[in-house]
Design a protein around this ligand. Structure first.
Ligand code: 4NP
Length: 163
């Protein structure tokens, strides 16, 4: 069967938060046996780090939780991505606004804040850890792990109810 649901995680640089979300969500989807049904990718609203691997601190924090981000490479989010992906999930409001600015008319509903899927948290934005210390990367992982579980539950309920 072809992959029926496509999920894109988006932050600013595509080297810290969105590759972390990609790795966390992929691990969860693999554990649940749904890899053939869900396509997962990440991108940045800016092109600063196109072609670069995830930040070393993001890789180290993810590795401590059994997640390997080393094969990922930065790329920029494009207008076509919003056509192609079903869920376009922004890490913060600035990313959300930047995505809306390139969104084809009528597809705005696809663009959401990722933390909408972590309704028990009070925060709605995953803070940018780039200019801080390593604790910020662990905090990103905590938030992203919770939202990833909520997202998968939503996908199961709305798109994969026969699995
Ligand atoms: P990200 O973090 O958006 O989570 O990948 C950042 C990475 C790089 C920069 C800012 C945020 N930067 O200014 O280069």
């Amino acid at each position: 069967m072809t992959q029926s649901v496509r999920v894109l995680f988006v932050c600013l640089g595509n080297i810290c938060r969105s590759p972390t979300a990609e790795g966390v969500f992929r691990k969860l989807v693999m554990e649940e046996g749904l890899v053939t049904h869900i396509e997962i990718d990440s991108a940045g609203t800016h092109a600063y780090h196109v072609g670069a691997p995830p930040d070393e601190r993001a890789q180290a924090a993810a590795r401590r939780r059994g997640i390997d981000l080393s094969g990922l490479r930065g790329r920029q989010a494009l207008r076509d991505d919003i056509e192609r992906f079903d869920y376009v999930l922004a890490m913060d409001r600035e990313n959300h606004a930047n995505l809306l600015a390139i969104c084809p008319e009528g597809l705005e509903e696809k663009i959401r804040l990722f933390l909408e899927y972590a309704p028990h948290r009070t925060e709605r934005e995953v803070p940018d850890p780039y200019f801080g210390g390593s604790a910020g990367f662990d905090r990103v992982l905590d938030m992203v792990e919770e939202a990833a579980r909520g997202l998968l539950a939503d996908i199961r309920r709305t798109r994969l109810s026969h699995f």
